[in-house]
Ligand binder design. Structure first.
Ligand SMILES: [Mg+2]
Length: 435
């Protein structure tokens, strides 16, 4: 029998950034938009958020810097010139982490060793990482490696993950206009909650009136959800969910700060028996963060962002863990990076498209102009093209590499890492129990 075919090692990792203020495209940062864009919470409605308690920052979400970081694009290149691309929202700080820290585990590595590379990146950032920006940087590297691996093996990522669990993946739309989403054929719509508790009873009544108006536009049978973007408190959420239940609220999303695990647990207990589902996880990171939500049964649906929480390598662990509790995983945004995961796992029934058209009137790519061929949902389904990796082509216009290293630096790293992998460093010949 012939030996398995050789796979080239990773020669170089490069991290690029871009910003809407320069290029007028949101890229991988869905909030990096112009002032009047609906997702900025200026028009047609405000969008409640953690800063809504500060009157000065209760308007445009860009006023408090929701888009401060911008886009980070990671590209890995193999010995044979094949490249893979991953993205996140970590901007130039994320580029720094990738180039100055994480690159040492990637350059010279065999791209099939996704678990080893991930574990090294995770452990090596423990002293300053575990959540947030470092995990976003790890995510982009991990996604770039999966993309590369798919291209080297000439297979889509979902096939590498075990193949399709469903013939077609339905999509719901996050939007300012539920009726337009319904007209476009989406499986359901999610609208943002306009006001937080700081807006008082008047704001509460306005929230109910807003949801009721959206419901009236789509009729009684169209699934309609509410996204609360970490803006509410436990008693306010319970009161709001109960007020919206008669208007057919399907789920109430991310109502509390992500660190309030006990709050989510209590919320779900309080809403058991109602028809309103509790969803969260958009700003949760790693299997450890999700373990708590899962084991506490603190959510009916989990919503990891694959470009933030740790990439495919970590997300598949979370999806498997959730499956053992019969909890569906419906990732936040992430476009192709979540579609491939969702096709590959049974407990990922429906995808999200965040409508980033400025007025929600048209279906546009989630990553703006970052890719030339990002697939779009049609008639409520996302069908993936028959292409290797994640199947998208990076557009380099407007990208810059703020912490670029030289080819010589990468080559020196390659020599060290590839040597370590071969077992020439350290005593690898004597077997140990390892526990
Ligand atoms: Mg959300």
């Amino acid at each position: 029998m012939a030996p398995t075919r050789a796979i080239p090692r990773i020669k170089q990792v490069r991290a690029y950034s871009t910003h809407a203020s320069k290029d007028n495209e949101q890229g991988a940062d869905c909030h990096d938009v112009q002032l009047e864009h609906w997702i900025n919470g200026v028009s047609p409605e405000p969008i409640a958020n953690p800063m809504s308690v500060h009157p000065k920052y209760a308007g445009a979400r860009t006023s408090w810097g929701i888009n401060a970081l911008g886009t980070c694009v990671v590209e890995v290149e193999a010995d044979d010139g094949t490249t893979g691309v991953g993205v996140t929202t970590a901007g130039e700080p994320g580029c720094y982490l990738v180039e100055k820290h994480l690159s040492r585990f990637v350059e010279g590595a065999d791209p099939r060793d996704v678990e080893r590379i991930w574990d090294q990146m995770w452990r090596a950032t423990t002293n300053y990482g575990r959540k947030g920006l470092p995990l976003q940087a790890i995510s982009a590297v991990d996604l770039a490696i999966w993309d590369l691996l798919g291209k080297l093996r000439n297979e889509p990522v979902y096939a590498l993950l075990g193949g399709k669990t469903k013939d077609r993946l339905p999509v719901y739309c996050t939007t300012a206009k539920a009726d337009v989403a319904k007209r476009h054929g989406f499986a359901g719509a999610k609208v943002p909650c306009p006001h937080g508790p700081a807006a008082g009873d008047e704001g509460f009544r306005a929230n109910v009136a807003y949801f009721k108006a959206q419901r009236e536009k789509v009729g009684p049978d169209f699934p309609l959800m509410l996204d609360c973007y970490m803006a509410l408190t436990l008693p306010y959420t319970i009161r709001l969910a109960k007020a919206l239940e008669p208007h057919g609220l399907k789920w109430i999303e991310e109502c509390l700060p992500p660190d309030d695990y006990d709050g989510y647990k209590e919320l779900r207990q309080a809403l058991l028996g109602s028809s309103v589902l509790v969803t969260t996880g958009e700003h949760e990171y790693s299997r450890y963060g999700f373990r708590r939500l899962i084991a506490d049964r603190a959510a009916d649906v989990l919503q990891p962002d694959i470009t933030w929480m740790g990439g495919i390598t970590e997300a598949r662990r979370v999806v498997a863990m959730a499956a053992a509790y019969d909890i569906p995983v419906i990732p936040h945004g992430s476009s192709v990076y979540s579609y491939h995961l969702q096709y590959a796992f049974h407990n990922c029934p429906v995808a999200e498209l965040i409508n980033l058209h400025p007025t929600s009137d048209e279906v546009v790519p989630y990553f703006g102009g970052l890719f030339s061929d990002e697939p779009l949902p049609k008639d409520g389904f996302i069908d993936l093209p028959d292409r290797p990796g994640f199947g998208v082509t990076l557009v380099r216009d407007g990208l810059h590499r703020p912490w670029a290293r030289t080819a010589e630096e990468s080559a020196a790293q390659y020599a060290v890492t590839s040597q370590a992998d071969s077992g020439l460093v350290g005593d690898e010949t004597r077997p140990r129990m390892g526990i």
